[in-house]
Design a protein around this ligand. Structure first.
Ligand code: SIN
Length: 526
């Protein structure tokens, strides 16, 4: 039976593993930390989708909202395909044991920015954690799937090095327990490594989000697409924090309103609801529930103009009992900081959240190379892939949906078109390499990288700032390359090498864009 290596243990990787093992394929999941350490596990809001196959109107509205949020750059064929397959894939999740919130017999549906209707299934305010729990439990019960945790994918092994059209035959990876490099053979490799939020100083992503899979594939000749479109979430908590904590958009879906200092003052002294005082109305009639690009930019602009460190999310006009029932994890986090839902204004600010661009893939998740042909046996699924679903801006809660639809399509494609690799995989070449003792230069380089991306490649950009970032990235790339060529890999080195490469792709794409669309906003183009 074919052997498949999946890199990453978020929703896309685990879902694909279960589909492949059902057909008797041997699956090895390689994951950097514990199986549950993924962006999926941190997803709060939910998964968008129309369950009822006969609800054509509902599907058309979901398609329409996705296209409109994507600001003209979505691939409509892909959007239609994902929305159409949503019901079947969400039913797959249910049969695996995911427990979505119910309201009597029906699922309880919520709304987030850019959605014209309630169509998001959720598990209170910890949807991703519930999905991750159920998928990991099914994976651990399978005899055909083995989980290699604390193992970091380093590079792809091509059948013929430098000839991507000949296909893939495995990966080199680093055991973070033993520090040793290992070659894993595979008939197919599915990259499901998520995004790269660690490029910015403030991110809602876990520490594993360092763009590893994207960098590995690009080094093997894959093409990245739409990298300029990096989504910042408007509402990450700014209280007492070292690490930003996401305040789900579903809270604004239930009526939470964003105010600046002046608006908060007016609201406190006025006699109407907070909506009319929101600065977000200057950007869109949808106010606090406009699409994420619009709201994040409005917050960023307001903070820059006023010099404030945050804006405020107010919920005291809403029914507190309902809020506590729906958002227990947020409430518990807030309580530790002396805050509470339905009472206190919450200090929030945008934070790096989701990589909308990624590896260019076809409708079956096959990763495309420079010549626009797929590398046989190589697939990209989940956040790492750019399918065309999100265009210039991802509609909230469409990412978990896209992940399961494409995980399924990639698995089915490989099942129907198996490839067998008979060759042995080459060992990692370690002769002449030294053990890296001092990691301090890498730490400093990582700080410089994050500062550069935060200052120069953030929510609002300019050509001069982007050029400055490019110069800095060239320097960093040379430094990292020097260390890479003479040292045996460590996690810090592998991640920094990947992050610098991904940062260059983002910055180059942003520099080349001649118009503002969706998440890409260059003030020289206004
Ligand atoms: C959120 O809960 O606000 C995030 C959901 C998403 O990124 O789609």
């Amino acid at each position: 039976m074919p052997k498949v290596v999946i890199i990453g243990s978020g929703i896309a990787g685990l879902f694909a593993a279960l589909k492949l093992e059902k057909k008797g394929h041997e699956v090895i999941i390689v994951t950097k930390q514990r199986p549950e350490d993924s962006s999926t596990n941190w997803a709060q809001g939910g998964i968008a989708g129309i369950l009822d196959k006969t609800d054509g109107k509902g599907m058309e509205a979901h398609i329409e909202d996705t296209l409109s949020c994507g600001d003209g750059l979505c691939n409509e064929e892909i959007v239609r395909c994902v929305v159409k397959e949503a019901g079947d894939r969400i039913r797959d999740l249910l049969s695996i044991g995911v427990d979505f919130e119910k309201d009597g017999e029906e699922f309880h549906l919520v709304k987030e920015g850019g959605h014209s209707a309630r169509r998001i299934l959720h598990a209170k305010d910890a949807t991703g954690a519930e999905i991750e729990r159920a998928l990991n439990s099914a994976v651990s019960n399978s005899d055909n799937i083995s989980m290699r945790s604390h193992t970091l994918g380093v590079d792809l092994i091509q059948r013929v090095h430098g000839s991507p059209e000949k296909g893939i035959k495995g990966i080199w990876c680093l055991s973070l327990d033993s520090g040793k490099m290992e070659a894993l053979s595979a008939d197919a490799v599915l990259i499901a490594t998520g995004g790269c939020g660690q490029l910015w100083e403030r991110t809602t992503n876990p520490s594993v989000a360092s763009g590893d899979g994207l960098a590995m594939a690009v080094r093997a000749g894959a093409v990245s697409k739409d990298m300029a479109f990096f989504q910042f979430h408007p509402t990450a908590l700014m209280a007492g924090n070292k690490k930003p904590f996401l305040i789900t958009e579903a809270l604004r879906g239930e009526g939470g309103i964003l105010l600046d200092n002046a608006g908060l003052e007016k609201y406190r002294n006025g006699d109407s609801g907070p909506e009319s005082y929101s600065f977000t109305l200057e950007s869109s009639p949808e106010g606090s529930l406009a699409t994420r690009d619009v709201v994040a930019r409005a917050c960023d602009q307001k903070m820059k103009i006023t010099g404030a460190d945050n804006v405020w999310l107010v919920t005291d006009h809403l029914e507190r009992g309902k809020l506590l029932d729906h958002f227990p994890n947020i409430e518990s986090k807030l309580n530790k900081l002396g805050l509470s839902l339905g009472i206190d204004p919450l200090p929030v600010a945008p934070a790096a959240h989701y990589m909308v661009g990624g590896l260019s893939v076809d409708i079956n998740g096959r990763v495309l190379m420079n010549n626009e042909l797929p590398m046989p046996g190589l697939y990209g699924i989940g956040e790492v892939a750019c399918t065309g679903m999100h265009g210039a801006n991802r509609l909230a809660s469409n990412s978990l949906l896209e992940a399961i639809v494409f995980a399924n399509r990639a698995a089915e494609h490989f099942i129907a078109n198996p490839i067998e690799n008979l060759e042995n995989v080459p060992e990692w070449r370690a002769e002449g390499m030294i053990k890296l003792i001092e990691h301090a230069p890498l730490v400093r380089d990582l700080e410089t990288l994050r500062k550069t991306m935060t200052d120069d490649v953030g929510i609002v950009r300019s050509f001069s700032r982007l050029e400055r970032a490019k110069r800095m990235l060239e320097l960093l790339s040379k430094e990292v390359d020097l260390i890479w060529k003479r040292s045996t890999p460590t996690r810090e080195l592998v991640e920094l090498r990947n992050l610098v490469l991904v940062a260059s792709h983002i910055t180059n794409d942003a520099t080349e864009r001649k118009e503002n669309r969706g998440l890409h906003w260059n003030k020289d183009l206004i």
